[in-house]
Design a protein around this ligand. Structure first.
Ligand code: NDP
Ligand code: DXP
Ligand code: MN
Length: 381
């Protein structure tokens, strides 16, 4: 029996994680759940999974939840202190972090410091603080188990292999809803168009990131930290079917890939059961039904967000924080219909231009950089 803390339980990854836990109820116990404000869904989850602790980031909503579940003996905490308490919950073996955005940095660091293994969906944490998190995890002897589908595929392709013999990581991308479009086509796209991902049903922020291909940029940076390789060893490959979840090419030319239906429950359960494998309760891959797979190069002139991610990674240090923070703000503004779709890469580019990178930023410097990027964007847009 493994005890799990689930941060971001009410979201897309959070609810699919609880599907896995429900399916394998003899293997897992949920000890803490955390969300930002969706207390209706959180209450249902608390009643079903009976954690010791629940966290609601918004204080007013935490108070409401306390009243709603006063018949239960579940502690309800709020804010960053609540997230940090959940992250170090004494009985937990593993913390699955599925919050969206760089708010995940501090709880992830706290969990690692407390010796918890991390199942990591929250890519923004590694993008901004990978240089702090990976060495810390090594020092504390904790596992960072990727949940992001591509990184899980790479991780699976590397099992039993010599990481020193990686020739290239082949990081697949669906290309999103606007694959093959021109800049002209993208000038007038609306929120509804950008939210139509061809293969995956995900949270709103990551769905917009897929449409701009900033998601792939974040994933390139995430791969850099998870697998300790330089940008020259990471190749983005557009693969519209999202069946090859990613691959690794080795020095002898062999390519090992992980394939599957687009179902996040597989990488989630792989991380939770690692190194064991258990049957997936969803649809399995049928190669005969599938027929053909396609691969193409990304268009960096149309999807400028991906090119900016390469630049941010090349400059390094706090520039990846600016890339990420500017994107978080820009996506929120696009979803609020305050800016146009093509303003997203524009804002990221401007914020990066304004910033002088700090070489190896401390946690405090990362958070200050985030704040400064937000202030710059608010003053300009
Ligand atoms: N969805 C997917 O298939 C994939 C997602 N990922 C990554 O996983 C992460 C989560 O994505 P996804 O599940 O789609 O996102 P969602 O928007 O669906 O869910 C986000 C979750 O985080 C919670 N949350 C947000 N802010 C806070 C906060 N300050 N404190 C506590 N909880 C908070 C939300 O709570 P509330 O509901 O109350 O707002 C919600 O439970 C992202 O980093 C994403 O890039 C990676 C690969 C695939
Ligand atoms: C499911 C998952 O891991 C997402 O990150 C997905 O990969 C997004 O699709 P794109 O390849 O379109 O960014
Ligand atoms: Mn992914």
């Amino acid at each position: 029996m493994k005890n799990i803390v689930l941060l971001g339980s009410t979201g897309s990854i959070g609810t699919q994680t609880l599907d896995v836990v429900r399916h394998y109820k003899n293997d897992f116990r949920v000890t803490a759940l955390a969300a930002a404000s969706n207390i209706e869904r959180l209450e249902e989850q608390i009643r079903e999974f009976k954690p010791k602790l629940a966290v609601v980031y918004r204080e007013d909503k935490a108070k409401e939840l306390r009243e709603k579940i006063s018949d239960l003996s579940v502690e309800v905490l709020a804010g960053m202190d609540g997230l940090l308490t959940a992250a170090v919950e004494p009985s937990a073996d593993i913390v699955l972090t599925a919050v969206v955005g760089m708010i995940g940095i501090r709880p992830t660091i706290a969990a690692i410091e407390a010796g918890k293994d991390i199942a990591l969906a929250n890519k923004e944490t590694l993008v901004t603080a990978g240089h702090l998190i990976m060495p810390l995890a090594k020092e504390r002897g904790v596992k960072i188990l990727p949940v992001d589908s591509e990184h899980s595929a790479i991780f699976q392709s590397l099992q039993g292999e010599n990481r020193g013999q990686i020739h290239k990581i082949l990081l697949t991308a669906s290309g999103g809803p606007f694959r093959g479009k021109s800049l002209n086509d993208l000038a007038s796209v609306q929120v509804e168009d950008a939210l139509k991902h061809p293969n995956w049903v995900m949270g709103r922020k990551i769905t917009i990131d897929s449409a701009t291909m900033v998601n792939k940029g974040l994933e390139v940076i995430e791969a850099r930290w998870l697998f300790d390789v330089g940008l020259d060893k990471i190749q983005v490959v557009v693969h519209p079917e999202s069946v090859v979840h990613s691959a690794v090419e080795f020095e002898d030319s062999a390519v090992i890939a992980q394939l599957g239906t687009p179902d996040m429950r597989l990488p989630i359960q792989y991380a939770l059961f690692y190194p064991d494998r258990k049957p997936l309760s969803g649809e399995w891959l049928d190669l005969f039904k599938l027929g053909t797979l396609h691969f193409e190069a990304p268009d960096l002139e149309v999807f400028k967000g991906l090119k900016l991610a390469y630049e941010a990674l090349e400059i390094g240090g706090s520039m990846t924080t600016v890339f990420n923070a500017a994107n978080e703000r820009a996506v929120a503004k696009f979803l609020d219909r305050k800016i146009k779709f093509l303003d997203i890469p524009e804002i990221i580019g401007e914020a990066m231009e304004k910033h002088t990178a700090i070489k190896s930023p401390s946690l405090e410097e990362i958070l200050d950089t985030e704040k400064a990027a937000y202030e710059f964007i608010e003053s300009r847009w």
